[in-house]
Write a protein that binds this ligand. Structure first.
Ligand SMILES: *Cc1c(COP(=O)(O)O)cnc(C)c1O
Length: 231
């Protein structure tokens, strides 16, 4: 098990590196976050032993169960939908939240981190084409949410995230990824600080190579690292 997970991590970073280089980017510009939702602790520990530091979970309750049992020093990302009644747990669990999609949620997250003397690295989740997805703000709401994250103490906006509807053909995701990067460039053009918009969190097991071609700086990979999930 140790071997297959460390080999998977090597394979993914090779693939990311090759695509980044072909696109004229540095392989170091793309962070691989290992998505460990539903994955048992021993498999997560195997990834830690292989040197993986950044991990992501999509449910607060599951993260509350698992993270305290794992080594300190890991960096945890919340990548799934966040309900406001769960924000109180986040400062003790997550360094990054990728799923900020409303002004009230942005304010609430900032307040929770501020109260603990912490700062959340926050990404705004955008539904770039407005179809078929449950979560994410509309593109034209993004600027106002970012402004809240900038103003409030407790959050440091770092970029944008998107998650296209699942499709086995990665090319179907390409327009979403391109639209997210375009939105970022537009926001910078409107005067929003470039530093707050550096990260583009896009691409999963089925489509991360396309995402890197389109400018992803963070890819969120579960299955290709840990194998198929039971649920
Ligand atoms: C599960 C999940 C991933 C990883 O999915 P894989 O296809 O297993 O790589 C990435 N992002 C989010 C938000 C997820 O929920």
């Amino acid at each position: 098990m140790q071997d297959d997970i460390s080999q998977n991590l090597i394979d993914i970073s090779d693939r990311v590196g090759r695509v980044a280089q072909a696109a004229g980017r540095s392989p170091n510009d793309v962070l691989i976050v290992a998505i460990s939702k539903t994955i048992p602790l021993d498999r997560i520990r195997a990834a830690v032993s292989a040197g993986q530091v950044h991990f992501g979970e999509n449910r607060v309750q599951e993260a509350r169960d698992k993270i305290p049992q794992l080594p300190d020093g890991l960096i945890w990302h919340l990548v799934g939908h966040l309900q406001s009644n769960k924000t109180k747990y986040c400062p003790d669990l997550f360094h990054w939240i990728h799923s900020i999609d409303s002004i009230p949620l942005a304010r609430e997250v900032a307040r929770r981190y501020r109260d603990k003397g912490k700062v959340c690295r926050a990404l705004v989740q955008v539904s770039v084409s407005g179809e078929e997805v449950k979560f994410g703000c509309e593109p034209d709401e993004t600027a106002d949410i970012l402004k809240v994250l900038i103003e409030e103490e407790g959050t440091e906006p770092v970029g944008l995230m998107t998650m296209p509807p699942f499709d086995p053909d990665p090319e179907v995701s390409r327009p979403w990824f391109r639209a997210l990067r375009q939105l970022r460039d537009d926001l910078v053009g409107q005067g929003l600080p470039e530093i707050s918009l550096k990260e583009l969190s896009m691409g999963m097991t089925g489509d991360f190579e396309v995402a890197v071609e389109e400018g992803a700086t963070i890819v969120r990979i579960g299955t290709a690292i840990f194998g198929e999930r039971d649920r």
